[in-house]
Design a protein. Structure first.
Length: 375
């Protein structure tokens, strides 16, 4: 059960102390206090764990200071969407809003190879009004002989250039806890010119110790990618590891499933699960068309498959797009062949805008219909 306190109630108030003294005496119930940044205020929530079936919702709601109480199902306790659950699903990080009703584009380098590539990428993003990007510094590779990313050696120039070109959030994969420390240190050395969203890649979706460490820090939001060979339910539980350790700023990423049934695409595109994740949880949903499709193949209509699946994700309500671009694809050290080119960025963004508008019109259309049929 979750008790959502009224906006002005926190540990320093008499109402909180009265509630706390009641909670400590409840048999077989433990509780944890969480702070949640709503759109306007910092809210306090109390998570009750244990034999909560024995507690009456109405009684818990009646305590002064409690705004409302939510009985949660066993599944996805913190990030899940429960009955009568109107807790906020948005969070703001470094001035950028993330939620199930927003859309942010993270176009950028799969892997950072040189300061020149980073600068050309960020300059192009700024010219096209973009404030988010992807920059891979730590690359999990199938072969130990493949380029592993420049790691901490590239962080300072990435962050400095981000500051120069007004980039607010960089999605960056981490595969080990030391990478988080290296990011913190490089941000400090460069004077915090930008923000970072820690990306957990598909190969680490169930690396529970990494999830716990990344979940314990609340400075950086997290993009958790769906595991490529496990069920959706298992990946959603992985997201819950992050939240149960304290970090609720979690975006869930769809990136395709590994199976030859998806051939000739690199993975089987799974964007039909966008509405499913939005129904089951309060997480914003990201799509990665580049790692799903994995080629620059074009249909007879002249549109790239990557752009087609991006549109399929956006029309289904995606909230974030992580997409590989490269200003000099021939020089890319990872995934150059699937990267979109800088000159394709304006068309990509315009396509996304068109489809997002169509999605918003669809929501209006179906809202009327669902009110009429009552479900
Ligand atoms: C990536 O986004 O760079 C990446 C490696 O993706 P994934 O973990 O989905 O394979
Ligand atoms: Mn890649």
């Amino acid at each position: 059960m979750i008790l959502v306190l009224k906006p002005n109630i926190d540990e320093s108030t008499r109402e909180f102390q009265r509630l706390e003294s009641h909670l400590v005496n409840l048999p077989n119930i433990e509780f944890r206090v969480h702070k949640v940044q709503g759109r306007e205020q910092l809210l306090t929530e109390i998570y009750l764990i244990g034999n909560t079936a024995a507690l009456a919702l109405d009684e818990m709601k009646s305590f002064p200071g409690v705004d409302h109480a939510v009985r949660v199902s066993e599944e996805y306790r913190i990030l899940g969407r429960h009955k009568d659950d109107n807790r906020p699903s948005n969070f703001t990080y470094n001035g950028v809003n993330f939620g199930q009703d927003t859309l942010n584009v993270f176009a950028g380098l799969c892997a950072v190879d040189s300061p020149e590539s980073v600068e050309a990428m960020m300059k192009g993003l700024q010219e096209n009004g973009q404030v988010c990007t992807r920059m891979g510094a730590y690359k999990p590779r199938t072969s130990p002989y493949s380029f592993q990313g420049h790691g901490k050696n590239c962080l300072e120039y990435i962050f400095e250039l981000a500051g120069k070109y007004g980039i607010k959030v960089i999605s960056m994969e981490v595969t080990h806890e030391s990478h988080v420390d290296e990011i913190v240190e490089a941000l400090r050395l460069t004077g915090d010119p930008t923000g970072v969203m820690l990306q957990i890649g598909t190969r680490n979706t169930q690396n529970f110790e990494l999830l716990k460490i990344v979940g314990r820090q609340e400075r950086f939001p997290v993009l958790l990618k769906r595991g490529f060979g496990i069920t959706l339910d298992e990946s959603l539980h992985a997201a819950e590891y992050l939240a149960s350790e304290g970090n609720h700023k979690v975006v869930f990423g769809l990136r395709g499933m590994k199976t030859n049934i998806g051939d000739p695409h690199r993975n089987m595109v799974d964007f039909a699960h966008i509405p499913v994740v939005k129904r089951l949880t309060r997480m914003p949903v990201c799509i990665d068309p580049s790692h799903s499709v994995g080629t620059r193949s074009r249909s007879s209509d002249t549109i790239l498959d990557i752009m087609h699946v991006t549109a399929q994700g956006v029309i289904a309500g995606a909230n974030m797009i992580l997409v590989d671009f490269h200003p000099f694809p021939n020089k890319a050290l990872v995934d150059g062949p699937q990267a979109l080119r800088m000159e394709e960025l304006p068309v990509f963004l315009e396509d996304v805008r068109l489809v997002r508008e169509a999605f918003e019109k669809r929501v209006q259309l179906h809202r009327g219909e669902s009110t009429a049929v009552g479900s």
